[in-house]
Design a protein around this ligand. Structure first.
Ligand code: KIV
Length: 270
């Protein structure tokens, strides 16, 4: 844990901007449940994102499209109950911010029912008005550009985004528009590292990369970085544990113990 974050009781969006200003990188991970959130918080993570990747990781859907506001509320409220130190951001799911008024209504619902600190929306200039309305009523917003999984059907897959000059210019324009609208940070997913470096340099708010090279911070899906999601090894992922194998081994030993009447023992009985 860094000296800076140790001194701060609860991380705020202002702290994240200050971290960028002093060149301190921001460490962010996803979480969807109370126990994981408690553990990440205890480890000193700066930001927990209750991502709509819960659709894939928790619910087993192919895409994030089926996720609803009510489902996100259950995950986010559980994470908030397990967090003291980290800033908690909740994704607004697909179809929950198709107009400024719908966006405001759902952002208010998420904030009131979960106790989270901020919301995240996918999209650029086309959602700038919605972002502005949500921020105007006092809700901090994080943007998300590049690979925006809620638009997978439009993008035609999960490939690298903003590869050509036009795409790079559009992404820069979108990033500036989100900053101008009041976002406190922007996730840059799966774009060339040279582009994220240029965006990070141009903006005064922090950029958080996932497959986006060196940004002001990084985010990974917690199940992926812990190696729970066996076989999922995209180029951008670094795994820090092999939880899949650890769980297989532990469950195997438990099964053996039960089958051979070794569990429960005397000390585990009343
Ligand atoms: O839903 C999610 O987990 C995300 C991250 C991958 C940035 O949006």
């Amino acid at each position: 844990m860094s000296v800076h974050t140790q001194a701060i009781k609860k991380i705020t969006t202002r702290n994240l901007i200050a971290m960028k200003q002093r060149g301190e990188k921001i460490a962010m991970l996803t979480a969807y449940d109370y126990t994981t959130a408690r553990t990440l918080d205890e480890a000193g993570i700066d930001v927990i994102l209750v991502g709509d990747s819960a659709a894939n990781v928790m619910a087993g859907y192919e895409t994030t499209v089926p996720m609803t506001v009510d489902e996100m509320i259950v995950y986010a409220a559980s994470v908030v109950r397990g967090t003291n130190h980290a800033l908690v951001i909740c994704d607004m799911p697909f179809g929950s911010y198709t107009s400024p008024s719908q966006g405001v209504e759902n952002a208010v619902k998420i904030m009131q029912r979960t106790g989270c600190d901020a919301v995240k929306l996918e999209g650029g200039i086309e959602i700038a008005d919605t972002v502005r309305h949500i921020i105007e009523i006092g809700i901090p917003v994080m943007g998300h550009l590049g690979l925006t999984p809620q638009s997978v059907h439009q993008l035609g897959g999960y490939g690298l985004q903003a590869k050509d000059e036009y795409g790079a210019q559009k992404l820069m324009t979108d990033a500036l528009s989100l900053e101008e609208s009041g976002c406190f940070g922007i996730v840059l997913e799966k774009i060339p590292a040279t582009l994220s470096a240029a965006v990070s340099q141009r903006l005064s708010i922090p950029t958080i990369g996932i497959g986006g090279g060196m940004c002001d911070g990084q985010v990974l899906v917690v199940d992926d970085m812990l190696g729970k999601n066996n076989g999922f090894r995209p180029k951008f992922l670094r795994t820090y544990a092999d939880m899949h194998q650890i769980i297989i081994d532990a469950v195997g030993r438990y099964i053996d113990d039960v089958k051979k009447c070794d569990f429960p023992g005397e000390s585990e009985s009343y």
